[in-house]
Design a protein around this ligand. Structure first.
Ligand code: FDA
Length: 452
């Protein structure tokens, strides 16, 4: 059992933890990063499956994500744009396929007008929200007590408008049923991307990818940290006092003045804290849960949809795969589609056999792209729900009423323990950008206290 003493111990080698470690080390403090898995990156994982490079976790970078963009540039990585030439497709309530361009779905004029009006209303509300303090808005309590679905349904009785407005923060982002989270949580999700309109703009939110895969960000950060990163070290116990902590993993004990807990908050309760965390943390952490989405990868010998003048961008609140995109790798002759199946649909699919699941998903992709979609050369489902050290996707959010009740306390350190994760970010919330911001934030707090 190795026994180390460092200034800072970071638990979790995702983007947040590796950023925090990099920052404190840059400032001259000694650091050890303990990671449960046998790889770094957490929810960033670029892997090769049957010869195809797939982004099993996070991949897209949007123009407002300055912290991620700075890190990408600093690490010397290159980006490229998502393929978006040609028409997008939308499947309506009667199953009819419509081609369209631009942001507005091809719906009836009345529905289009309703969507535009409510989007304008939402943009105005989002503009009043500070993503770092949504609970500070004068109407925070009121907006946190009504579900996203109930609020939308109170604005209009046009079901197609509601479904299309709901899914931007529902199936597509928080990946929970829209009755399960609040209007305030939805406004935070939009505010974290600048506006509700940004969030529904696929060309904005899914703008660029990194050549060679986004996992290179944590891989290169870890490479620079070198021997300070320890893999296969699930932390089981943190003994702490105001003077510091002893962190015990399966193979190591690290004594440190400061701890950064850089994992999804839903996993904190897997660690024994001695003494126990305060009452507030015990309560608060029970009101946060992971969303759930299956990311489906289908690789074909060529991007056949482009021959039909299709961009690959596809949406439908009525389809099993509520959204899908051309996800062809940079310089790849083969064509890759990526589709997403969210929340209750994902639950239902996992009750089926692997063959039935694949058939149902490919059937849904065929509704968008035609029968050729049913025969990929490589097929893979990213299932983060079964990953012991993540337990869902993309990230965690508060239940109804939890955000204004507890949000302000989520990042507040407890004794020597600071918290960092994309799931508690303001700007970049639930994204790699937010993870980096939270890594920087935890490191800055530690450096302030160390200079103290
Ligand atoms: P993360 O979960 O990555 O890291 C935590 C680390 O802690 C993990 O490595 C874990 O193993 C470790 N750990 C947990 N418990 C431990 C213990 N007890 N001891 C030691 N280690 C422990 N974002 C984006 O910007 N663009 C995108 O396109 C997408 N798309 C996307 C798709 C899918 C399928 C997923 C799952 C996620 C995304 N995301 C995304 C979200 C993005 O990937 C995510 O927000 C960040 O990578 C989270 O980084 P963190 O470092 O905060 O947590």
């Amino acid at each position: 059992m190795a026994d180390l003493t460092r200034d800072v111990v970071v638990i979790g080698a995702g983007a947040a933890g590796l950023t925090a470690a990099t920052e404190v080390k840059k400032a001259g403090l000694s650091v050890a990063v303990l990671e449960a898995r046998d790889r770094v990156g957490g929810r960033l994982w670029t892997d090769t499956i049957e010869g195809a490079m797939l982004e099993i976790g996070g991949q897209w970078v949007s123009p407002d994500q300055d912290a991620l963009k700075e890190t990408i540039a600093e690490l010397g990585l290159e980006t490229y744009s998502r393929y978006r030439e040609g028409d997008s497709v939308y499947v309506g309530p009667d199953g009819t396929l419509h081609r369209f361009t631009g942001e507005m779905f091809p719906v009836a004029p009345e529905t289009e007008k309703t969507i535009a009006e409510i989007t304008e209303r939402l943009d105005a509300m989002v503009a009043e929200i500070d993503p770092d303090a949504p609970w500070a808005h004068p109407r925070a309590a009121e907006w946190d007590e009504v579900s996203w679905d109930a609020w939308l349904r109170a604005q209009t009785d046009d079901d197609e408008a509601v479904r299309n407005l709901a899914f931007a923060t529902g199936s597509a982002m928080l990946t929970k049923p829209t009755h399960a989270f609040s209007l305030l949580q939805s406004l935070l999700m939009a505010a974290s991307a600048g506006s509700y309109s940004n969030l529904v703009d696929a060309d904005f939110i899914l703008d660029k990818r990194v050549v060679g895969g986004l996992q290179q960000v944590p891989l290169l950060l870890a490479e620079r940290l070198g021997d300070d990163v320890f893999l296969g070290q699930p932390v089981r116990t943190i003994e702490w006092s105001d003077a510091g902590a002893t962190v015990i993993s399966d193979g190591m004990t690290v004594h440190a003045r400061h701890v950064v807990l850089a994992l999804a908050p839903v996993l904190y309760n897997r660690i024994s804290f001695v003494p126990a965390l305060p009452r507030l943390q015990h309560q608060m952490h029970q009101h946060i849960s992971m969303g759930f989405v299956i990311k489906v990868h289908a690789v074909y010998d060529r991007p056949f949809w482009r021959e039909q003048g299709l961009s690959g961008t596809a949406f439908s609140p009525y389809e099993l795969c509520h959204e899908a995109y051309d996800n062809t790798n940079h310089g790849d002759e083969r064509g890759t589609l990526v589709g997403f199946v969210s929340d209750r649909n994902a639950d239902d699919l996992f009750r089926l056999s692997a063959e039935e699941r694949k058939e149902r998903i490919l059937e849904s992709l065929a509704h968008y792209y035609g029968p050729e979609a049913k025969n990929p050369a490589v097929y893979y489902e990213s299932d983060w729900g079964s990953e012991e050290w993540t337990r869902g996707a993309y990230a965690a959010s508060f239940d109804l009423g939890g955000l204004h009740r507890y949000g302000a306390d989520l990042r507040t350190p407890v004794g020597p323990i600071s918290f960092a994760c994309s799931d508690m970010a303001g700007a970049g919330y639930q994204h790699v950008d937010g993870a980096i911001r939270m890594g920087r934030f935890a490191a800055a707090g530690i450096l302030d206290r160390a200079r103290g």
